[in-house]
Design a protein around this ligand. Structure first.
Ligand code: ADP
Ligand code: ASP
Ligand code: MG
Length: 456
């Protein structure tokens, strides 16, 4: 059971988590928890302040977040001394020291950044374990950094699967066998040298999936602040509805193209071990939410959800020299591989390629290299819209109705046919909300005319 940041945001949220865990004690849960909401952002800001030369101000800015932990501790653990007090004191000392090191650049910054940001999950997991103990749950915090082994890519580390599986089993299985409820921080891990790493923003879902796969869990539950995966981002369209069942493939596409409710890497460990993933709401614990399983079946309109991702850069590369020659694509992809940059959407003709990136950290170097191949045009401020549903590729007339619904918007790039479950296109960022609302209205909201026809 993975609880996200909003599920542990304050005293009331902790109470909701306790309720959910207590109602499922019989199924022997493992609890994975994120930092209290806003804490990861605050730690990253403190890091940035220290890097800019003011470690003391960075540390002071964390004070109100320490106070939020203390508030939960006081309300739910009472006045008696508690192990969490020592944990918080230690975290404060360590954070002060780490921020000073950032200011002095006494260790590599990416390493310090992960060490700092990990305190969100270190504290929340300890606090939740202590709180559960007072409710007669035999809970114990376990340090994820002893189990999840990653490479050295600080900030976006990749787990070493076999070693991690082994360590998770060795640590967690005896606890479950003796009736304990392990409580671990999501998102945080360690490399082989024991240095703290993190799995990327929103990576708590991924941690939970790794643990579920290692233990061959019966189900992976992602508890968040909305009831499951919805027909689109509920912040954009208030008519968004919960999707009862999604296939792994559909969920993976949605997650990759911006449905923040699941981290993009969550699905892979579940697919590998065929574990069902359920996305549920701590605010509505009795609702079934969304079930993600191997096959979901087609819906009448074929479309199950619309995801979007902003802040996208479009690159167009044209090389007349390559007309009739082979090797152009290969040369192009090698450049992206060299700079470890993933391409999201791609569309090609014989001598030109249009593609999108959301990671532009190495963009300048990539452009310099691409210019050896041909003319390069770069434009930022785009968004990817991804329409997802089983049977979408094989369905007649669907592309026509999607684009007819948004006929007044210029589409910069279209990708369709590579996967059987998605149709992806790129538009200017400012049209995102409008396009999603129009598509949602077209495919998910009953209209009087449709009603009439079906009644007739
Ligand atoms: P947590 O802290 O629990 O990990 P996140 O903020 O990472 O939660 O993810 C949940 C949020 O994802 C929701 O509040 C919602 O605004 C957003 N979201 C975006 N697209 C979707 C979608 N298709 N279905 C549900 N939620 C979505
Ligand atoms: N706390 C981390 C973040 O905010 C990881 C997570 O919430 O999943 O990105
Ligand atoms: Mg999340």
């Amino acid at each position: 059971m993975k609880f996200g940041g909003t599920s542990v945001g304050d005293v009331a949220a902790f109470e909701r988590v306790i309720h959910v865990v207590c109602t499922q004690i019989d199924v022997r849960p493992v609890v994975v928890v994120s930092a209290m909401t806003k804490v990861t952002d605050a730690l990253l800001e403190a890091f940035a302040t220290a890097r800019a030369g003011d470690a003391a101000a960075g540390f002071d800015s964390l004070e109100r977040h320490f106070a939020r932990h203390v508030e939960v501790r006081r309300t739910l653990l009472g006045d008696a001394p508690n192990a969490f007090d020592r944990e918080l004191e230690y975290a404060r000392e360590e954070l002060k020291d780490l921020l000073t090191r950032v200011q002095r650049r006494s260790l590599p910054l990416p390493m310090l950044k992960d060490a700092i940001v990990s305190y969100g999950e270190q504290l929340s997991s300890r606090l939740l374990a202590e709180v559960l103990k007072t409710r007669d749950v035999n809970a114990r915090q376990v340090d994820s950094r002893r189990m999840i082994v990653t490479d050295d890519e600080f900030g976006a580390a990749t787990p070493v699967v076999d070693e991690t599986n082994e360590l998770v089993k060795v640590e967690i299985e005896p606890m479950l066998a003796s009736g304990e409820v392990p409580v671990m921080g999501g998102f945080i891990a360690a490399n082989r040298a024991g240095e703290t790493t993190t799995l990327g923003r929103g990576g708590g879902d991924y941690s939970a999936a790794i643990v579920a796969a290692a233990l061959n869990a019966r189900e992976l539950q992602i508890w968040t602040d909305v009831t499951g995966v919805m027909t689109c981002d509920p912040r954009i369209c208030s008519d968004a509805r919960t999707i009862p069942v999604l296939s792994y493939e559909e969920a993976a596409e949605l997650a990759y193209f911006g449905a923040k409710v699941l981290h993009p890497k969550t699905i892979k460990p579940a697919v590998d071990t065929n574990i069902p993933v359920r996305v549920c709401n701590t605010f509505e614990p009795d609702a079934t939410g969304t079930m993600v399983i191997a096959e979901s079946g087609e819906t009448p309109t074929k479309i199950k959800s619309i995801a979007h991702k902003k802040n996208i850069t479009v690159l167009r590369i044209t090389s007349a020299r390559m007309l009739g020659a082979y090797g152009f694509m290969s040369a192009l992809f090698q450049i992206f591989e060299r700079f470890r940059t993933a391409i999201d959407v791609i569309s090609t003709s014989e001598v030109s390629v249009a593609l999108t990136l959301d990671n532009t950290a190495e963009l300048d170097k990539i452009i310099t290299e691409l210019k050896r191949l041909g003319d390069v045009d770069v434009e930022s401020g785009y968004a990817v819209i991804c329409v997802v549903g089983e049977g979408l590729r094989a369905s007649k007339g669907l592309a026509a109705s999607i684009f007819a619904a948004i006929e007044d918007v210029n589409v910069a790039l279209i990708s369709h046919g590579a996967s059987s479950v998605n149709l992806t296109f790129v538009i200017k960022e400012e049209y995102v909300a409008d396009v999603i609302r129009k598509l949602h209205e077209e495919f998910f909201e009953p209209r009087p005319s449709r009603q009439l026809i079906s009644n007739y």
